[in-house]
Ligand binder design. Structure first.
Ligand SMILES: [Zn+2]
Length: 401
């Protein structure tokens, strides 16, 4: 069943009247009702050719999806039933549609620029809610990108006519189309005056000036060629605002100009690494002093001195440094816990003590949960639950054995 596609000849139709040919509930949509509507004519664009569908209203119903059917018809999925044979007014969500027109026409111009300058053809096009991209057959350099964007914007700012015409396949065969047409039968050709000629079923602005501006936001190697992300018109303005706010707040923190940001961050990272190294050294030195104090006040248990403590504000590396420093003293077995459960534990012993640190951690984990293990001279665990008193008592008993 054929339908008159109003956007084929005029992409600027925002409202239209059409007759409801059929309206049927969509199977399996009992929760929120969905109806499939076919009209005798429509300005709603169905998802196809890389461009998403239009939204808007049909009479009292909201249009939730528009599908390009295999038989040449268009199905509108709506949220309320419409009566067959009646006339309804369709209204396109123009903000969404015009955005698609800007991105789509910009894609024609950008693709044609890569084609003209570098013989780099566009294999596919994606128009998403956040990003648009083209996949190019060849790899690109930063120089290629800059040159193609310059050329594309020159064509935008010359405000060239964008026209549509229909031709037979025979006629199309003799024309310099940028890409061989994918479909058979009569072809819809979209021409950017003296710049691009492609077969396309999408919606486009009437003059290139309507694209506003074309920018490339990023690119990467992709399947032997490249994927180029771009933005046109209103999306450039929105992205500029987003990046401006992000950049301004970052610049405020670092007190540098945008072009100095990368260097400033690199410097900060270097300083940060140095500070971390200095902190580690200081912690190790402090651990030697603190460990000395821990050993001195630890009770004797037979032939060994058993050091068992909860250390406030200690992470695993501090516990480890302290335990290792304590275990450097002859005759010492040590178990150190973090002060707040679930607890970390580090167990260590001097080489002259027969306790197996790994076995002690395993025994603690067996009783208090968590996980851990290690070697006979140094082991650690984490996630132990239970009061710090119970943990310390158990460790004292295990280390004294
Ligand atoms: Zn197009």
């Amino acid at each position: 069943m054929s339908i008159e596609r109003l956007y084929y000849t005029d992409a600027y139709v925002r409202t239209f009247d059409a007759r409801v040919v059929t309206c049927a509930p969509v199977a399996g949509s009992s929760d929120d009702a969905r109806y499939a509507v076919r009209l005798d004519s429509s300005a709603f664009y169905p998802t196809s050719g890389g461009q998403p569908f239009d939204t808007g209203t049909l009479g009292p119903a909201h249009v939730l999806d528009v599908i390009d059917d295999a038989d040449g018809a268009v199905t509108h999925i709506v949220d309320a039933p419409l009566e067959s044979g009646t006339t309804v007014t369709g209204t396109i969500d123009w903000t969404r549609r015009f955005d698609h027109m800007q991105q789509h026409t910009g894609q024609h111009v950008l693709s044609a620029a890569f084609d003209a300058l570098f013989d780099n053809r566009t294999e596919s096009f994606h128009l998403g809610a956040d990003t648009c991209s083209i996949d190019l057959a060849k790899e690109v350099t930063a120089h290629d990108i800059a040159a193609a964007v310059d050329e594309a914007n020159r064509v935008v700012w010359e405000d060239r006519l964008v026209t549509v015409r229909f031709v037979s396949p025979e006629e199309a065969a003799g024309l310099p189309l940028r890409k061989e047409p994918a479909r058979e039968g009569p072809l819809r050709l979209v021409q950017v005056a003296d710049f691009d000629l492609s077969a396309c079923g999408g919606t486009h602005v009437a003059r290139t000036g309507g694209i506003g501006i074309i920018v490339v936001s990023g690119w990467e190697r992709f399947r032997g060629g490249s994927r180029v992300q771009f933005l046109c018109g209103g999306r450039v303005r929105q992205r500029f605002d987003l990046w401006r706010d992000a950049l301004q707040s970052t610049m405020k923190h670092l007190s540098v100009a945008p072009q100095e940001l990368a260097g400033a961050i690199e410097r900060l990272q270097g300083e940060n690494k140095q500070a971390a190294r200095a902190l580690r050294t200081a912690q190790e030195r402090l651990a030697v002093v603190d460990a000395q104090a821990l050993v001195e006040r630890a009770p004797l248990a037979g032939d060994r001195r058993v050091v068992v403590e909860s250390i406030a504000d200690a992470d695993a590396s501090i516990l480890k440094a302290l335990a290792a420093a304590a275990a450097s003293h002859a005759g010492v077995a040590v178990a150190l816990f973090s002060a707040v459960p679930p607890s970390l534990v580090v167990v260590a012993r001097h080489s002259d003590v027969t306790v197996d640190a790994g076995a002690v951690v395993k025994a603690l984990v067996g009783r208090f949960g968590g996980k851990g293990g290690g070697k006979p001279d140094l082991a650690q665990g984490g996630g132990l639950t239970g009061s710090t008193e119970d943990l310390r008592a158990a460790a004292r008993e295990l280390l004294a054995r």
